[in-house]
Write a protein that binds this ligand. Structure first.
Ligand code: GLV
Ligand code: MN
Ligand code: MN
Length: 417
């Protein structure tokens, strides 16, 4: 099979998609169900149709673009990722897996390959948690980890419900119909930038992911007592922001003390109420993002954060509440996919290394309904979630080539065992 990736086409499509954004270039912002996201989705669906794929969309907006195999009854092989982007992000996170997946299919078509199993490209809705506070909305619902009832309760920071905004965006179906059964896909592969520096440092062009770290996310509400910044004297104040500051440091210390560099904890949002220069903060909302490859260790760090934070709030006489947003388990990639990826790399004489994904991905949830694997490519300095995120056209093309070869390998067989 003569597989040739059209690097220039892929690069120009990545640039074109980056222009559908709510941020000044080179930054990209594309929040789920905003006009930019809706426009980008329409653009992608048109590309899929031009490629001759049959396009379906479900009630949460996941898009499935199918290249029918000769055995239509056999479970399909799927690939894909997301195109939503956090505020002030870059061009490559998620996009490489979607446009790379599309180019992998085109390359297979150009080579004359005829798949036995159908090959599907999936665009997942809202991998990023920006708008509704919880990541991987589309893949979470596909595998049943987020029920339709729970999804209907989600609202954004302006109080608009997910139910309302998805319908405004043209998705009117019943959310209860989104979940797929486990036999639907025989394999799922996600191509993604590493979002860390290890491949670049090792000068290895490809990483095969063996496990995906377990992410958890919480809202913390600190309630103190407000008052006049001039009138209330310092002794006896119950300043919610001063308590929150100590809690944030507690988070950092607990993660550093876990004994493993795989434990990471981040307070990324701090909302202060009432937020006036001359008013003592009476309430603060913090978000806590806590991740580890080891679930018991993550739980241990969370308990340490809770008990140390309690000491802070007792000392300061403020109240603290933790609300669980999500507590997801780690995933192990399937040997069916990782071995197929290794075979493709060997066949193309490309060095590869085994990796852990410390970021979460739609693969975390796809692994619950399909044998799943991930292929990483390097990104400059490991930068991601920032405008200077960069992956070279050569690295993207190399990843796409291996993706195409592996899709062909898995789609050519009627039995994957
Ligand atoms: C996904 O973007 C993550 O936060 O890991
Ligand atoms: Mn991301
Ligand atoms: Mn991503």
């Amino acid at each position: 099979m003569n597989l040739a990736i059209d690097r220039d086409l892929l690069r120009s499509e990545i640039e074109e998609l980056a222009r559908i954004s709510d941020a000044e270039p080179p930054a990209v912002t594309r929040i789920v169900f905003t006009p930019a996201d809706i426009k980008a989705r329409a653009w992608l669906r048109a590309k899929c149709s031009e490629t001759g794929l049959a396009v379906r969309r479900d009630a949460i907006g996941n898009v499935f673009a199918r290249w029918a195999g000769t055995d239509e009854a056999a479970a399909a092989v799927a690939t894909g990722s997301h195109i939503d982007a956090i505020p002030n992000a870059g061009k490559y996170d998620g996009v490489v897996g979607v446009l790379g997946g599309l180019e992998a299919i085109r390359a297979l078509q150009r080579s004359g390959f005829r798949p036995k199993r159908s090959i599907e490209l999936i665009l997942f809705t809202s991998e990023e948690p920006t708008r509704f506070g919880i990541g991987c909305l589309g893949s979470r619902m596909l595998c049943g980890a987020l029920t339709a009832e729970a999804a209907r309760r989600l609202t954004d920071s302006s109080g608009q419900s997910l139910e309302h905004v998805r319908q405004q965006a043209g998705m009117n179906g019943d959310l209860g119909s989104v979940q797929l059964d486990s036999g639907r896909y025989s394999a799922f592969i996600e191509l993604h930038i590493e979002q860390g520096p290890l491949l670049e440092r090792a000068q290895v062009p490809l990483g095969i992911v063996e496990s995906i770290a377990a992410p958890a996310s919480y809202d913390l509400i600190v309630e103190g007592a407000g008052g006049h910044a001039g009138g209330v004297l310092m002794p006896g104040r119950k300043d919610a922001l001063c308590a929150a500051a100590e809690i944030i440091l507690t988070v950092e210390q607990a993660a550093l003390a876990s004994g493993s560099s795989d434990t990471v904890a981040t307070v990324g949002i701090c909302e202060v109420f009432p937020g006036a220069v001359n008013s003592i903060p009476s309430r603060v909302r913090l978000t806590l993002d806590l991740r580890d490859t080891d679930l018991p260790r993550r739980d241990g760090v969370f308990h340490t954060i809770q008990s140390k934070s309690q000491q802070v709030t007792d000392k300061r006489g403020v109240d603290l509440q933790f609300r669980v947003v999500n507590e997801d388990a780690p995933a192990r990639c399937s040997s069916i996919v990782t071995e197929a990826l290794f075979r493709s790399c060997n066949k193309h004489n490309l060095p590869v290394q085994k990796m852990v994904s410390r970021a979460y991905h739609d693969s975390l949830f796809m692994s619950r309904i399909a044998p799943t694997g991930m292929l990483f490519i390097p990104c400059r300095n490991g930068y991601s979630h920032r405008p200077d995120e960069f992956a070279s056209p050569e690295d993207i093309a190399r990843g796409t080539l291996i993706l195409a070869a592996t899709l062909a390998d898995l789609a050519r067989k009627s039995s994957l065992a």
